[in-house]
Ligand binder design. Structure first.
Ligand SMILES: CC(C)(COP(=O)(O)OP(=O)(O)OC[C@H]1O[C@@H](n2cnc3c(N)ncnc32)[C@H](O)[C@@H]1OP(=O)(O)O)[C@@H](O)C(=O)NCCC(=O)NCCS
Length: 246
């Protein structure tokens, strides 16, 4: 796929947009997932046979299109980093379905979607991993019940004095941090969310956690998107202590 397939003249709004990153080797894009009918064939053409099969399993056309646009956007960003065609990017399904690059390039990446947009992150730091999570700030949820399930006692004590809506927003921020971490490790929803403590008092930091979730392994960054979205990028170090020196 060429740059013009995603962002040519008259079409710039649909291209993955590179956004400011707090770290030199962390690259972040966001991308709307709605595209015109006549743009779809070029995007389908970048998918692997396994991705085409997966696209075929979505229950509605709208979900299928969003998947195709998101996956081709991911391929487009990786193609630029690897200097190959989008269709030639070797995306593998790792443990628990975590997408990873095949071959010997030490580039990690992760993707998250909500409300018709995708956020894509690449981390070009050997051995390290990145996870991202995005949520709509208006998302209505049973936040107090979810907080009992997914937040530590200390986190719940910190947000207890807030009013209901501020507690909902605080839960969402904690959730994007923990889900981004679970996506960096690849554990997804089996991660020990209730044992991971996040400190949101000055920037974002991991305050509690064991083994792969030990604080010294992590850097957390809020991703400023506006548009009613809240997102976090979590960077995991393979060596305990790296992140705090970093
Ligand atoms: C990863 C997970 C937390 C995603 O949560 P979500 O809020 O529904 O979705 P998001 O939009 O934030 O992220 C979805 C993207 O995460 C990526 N992803 C999928 N599995 C992943 C994993 N284990 N780790 C990291 N990222 C993963 C994919 O790129 C996916 O996008 P795609 O479906 O277009 O390929 C959730 O799907 C999960 O827990 N998966 C693990 C499943 C598992 O444990 N399976 C074990 C049996 S095989």
């Amino acid at each position: 796929m060429s740059v013009s397939d995603f962002g040519g003249p008259g079409n710039a709004g649909a291209a993955p947009q590179r956004i400011a990153s707090p770290e030199r080797d962390l690259a972040i894009w966001w991308c709307p997932l709605e595209r015109a009918d006549d743009e779809m064939p070029a995007l389908w053409a970048t998918l692997s046979p396994a991705e085409i099969e997966r696209a075929g399993r979505f229950g509605t056309d709208a979900l299928r299109r969003r998947y195709v646009v998101g996956r081709s956007a991911l391929r487009w960003t990786l193609a630029q980093a690897l200097r190959v065609d989008a269709a030639a990017v070797p995306i593998l399904r790792g443990p628990r379905g975590r997408p990873m690059l095949g071959g010997d390039r030490a580039l990690d990446f992760n993707v998250t979607h909500t409300l018709g947009v995708a956020l894509i992150a690449h981390l070009d730091r050997p051995g390290w991993r990145v996870g991202v999570d995005i949520e709509g700030v208006d998302r209505s949820l049973a936040h107090d019940g979810l907080a009992r399930k997914f937040l530590t006692d200390r986190e719940r004590a910190v947000i207890a004095a807030l009013d209901d809506d501020a507690r909902r927003l605080a839960f969402l921020r904690h959730w994007t941090c923990k889900e981004a971490m679970s996506k960096a490790t690849g554990e997804g929803l089996s991660a020990p969310f209730r044992e991971i403590g996040i400190d949101t008092s000055g920037g974002l930091a991991v305050a509690e956690g064991r083994d792969d979730y030990a604080p010294e392994r992590w850097k957390l960054h809020p991703v400023g998107l506006g548009h009613g979205l809240i997102a976090t990028a979590a960077l995991w170090s393979p060596h305990a202590g790296d992140a705090s020196r970093g």
